[in-house]
Design a protein around this ligand. Structure first.
Ligand code: ATP
Ligand code: MG
Length: 392
């Protein structure tokens, strides 16, 4: 019997065919082999629409080599494409449109603001969401600053901590602005008067880049570094949502974001949270609450947007132990767990989507065989009693 094939759909990062996560796909191919699942990797550019076949990248574990091979369409698709402002992303949209009928492990989510809005509609989540609004002009930022002494301005389609501004209103009324530019470089901190805000922000094209303003949380550790948590929620081999793991992230010195790509480092959640809350009992309670929340969000977003197989939530926990969700990442990296020294969670993070794919494949096969037996029963019924079916 032929093995099911999982196609990892991704995007090249440049014209030389660089793939951001090739190492992970290699690990997935090796793990898939053991489970009875063939893994291939492809981008929309590799699809031959006329011949209905794909010039895929296939890792050969025996030879430890990546090879190009013509393949037919996979049984299932795992979409790992992150947003890019390139023609390649347009090719992806075209692919999703033309091949939407195929079995995807995950459908695309929406931008940060749309996700925020949809989550506020469910009373279970509302209290976990920092106030957020779209920025149409500087007056929206000033209004938010009157309500909240700390604000984060973020592009609604941003990733990797790019283009993020942190504005802190000081007791004197002046504003401290810090952040990272769109290339993720730390910008020089600046203290300005409230009246100078408009001038300062005019250089940021908040409207063109479609920004949201979000209530900021005070997450500075005694060292002055900011921190937060990355929770990975995945479907398992029984098709159920489960928290795979959660790790703490501590930002680089002088950074207002905790992102690992911005120089942050990972720490086990329990260690960081115990230091922060100073109570072991509270740590257990908060983790249990965060996990329940994470699974609830994943189930709900799947109901709203179609099948999903994993999500990562960026969580902030304030000094009182209150949990806040900063954003949902639909295409999460897994490195945070190795960096936090949790190899087992890292392994699970790689294997679970494969186990879920196998489960999904099994479900599809079952449905197909049920349909087949139902239609052959109908044919038999018709053959044995032709007049009865004509009457209905
Ligand atoms: N409201 C907030 N209060 C405090 N810190 C925040 C807030 N929003 C974001 N941050 C900090 O900035 C970081 C990046 O924010 P966010 O995750 O929303 O952007 P991103 O560019 O999508 O990052 P990534 O793709 O790496 O997840 C967070 O991990 C956190 O450290
Ligand atoms: Mg994030």
């Amino acid at each position: 019997m032929t093995q099911p094939v999982l196609g990892i759909l991704t995007l090249y990062m440049n014209e030389n065919g660089h793939l951001e996560e090739r190492d992970i796909y290699q690990k997935m191919t090796v793990a898939g082999r053991k489970l009875g699942l063939n893994v291939i990797v492809f981008t929309p550019k590799d699809v031959n629409y006329q011949q209905n076949r794909i010039h895929s990248l296939v890792y050969e574990p025996e030879e430890r080599k990546w090879k190009r091979k013509w393949t037919s369409f996979p049984s299932m698709i795992f979409d790992r494409c992150r947003i890019q402002r390139t023609y390649r992303f347009e090719q992806l949209r075209q692919f999703r449109k033309s091949y939407g009928h195929l079995t995807f492990l995950n459908r695309p989510l929406r931008n940060k603001m749309t996700i925020h809005r949809i989550l506020t509609k469910d009373s279970r989540f509302k209290s976990y969401l920092p106030a957020s609004r779209m920025v149409e002009g500087v007056q929206d930022v000033s209004e938010m600053l009157r309500k909240y002494p700390l604000l984060y301005l973020k592009p609604i389609n941003g990733t990797g901590g790019r283009g993020i501004l942190r504005i802190e209103r000081k007791r004197s009324g002046s504003l401290l602005i810090q952040g990272r530019d769109l290339s993720r470089r730390i910008i020089n901190p600046k203290r300005i008067s409230a009246a100078a805000l408009s001038g300062y922000l005019s250089g940021w094209d908040l409207k063109g880049n479609r920004y949201l303003a979000q209530q900021g949380l005070q997450l500075k550790l005694p060292t002055g570094r900011v921190h937060d948590y990355r929770m990975l929620v995945q479907k398992n081999g029984e098709g159920q949502w489960q928290v795979t793991g959660c790790a703490g992230r501590v930002g680089a010195a002088g950074s207002v974001t905790s992102n690992l790509h911005g120089g942050g480092h990972a720490v086990p959640m329990e260690v960081l949270l115990k230091q922060w809350l100073n109570s072991e009992e509270r740590v257990t309670e908060v983790i249990a609450e965060a996990e329940q929340f994470g699974v609830g969000v994943a189930q709900y977003l799947e109901l709203c947007y179609g099948r999903l197989c994993e999500l990562a939530l960026d969580l902030a926990i304030d000094q009182k132990g209150r949990i806040w969700m900063l954003e949902v990442n639909p295409k999460p990296a897994r490195e945070v767990f190795v960096q936090a020294g949790d190899k087992e969670t890292y392994r699970k993070a790689i294997v679970r989507p494969l186990e879920y794919a196998l489960w999904l494949h099994g479900q599809k096969k079952q449905r197909k065989s049920k349909r087949n037996s139902a239609s052959s029963a109908a044919v038999e019924e018709k053959n044995s009693n032709p007049s009865s079916s004509a009457a209905t």
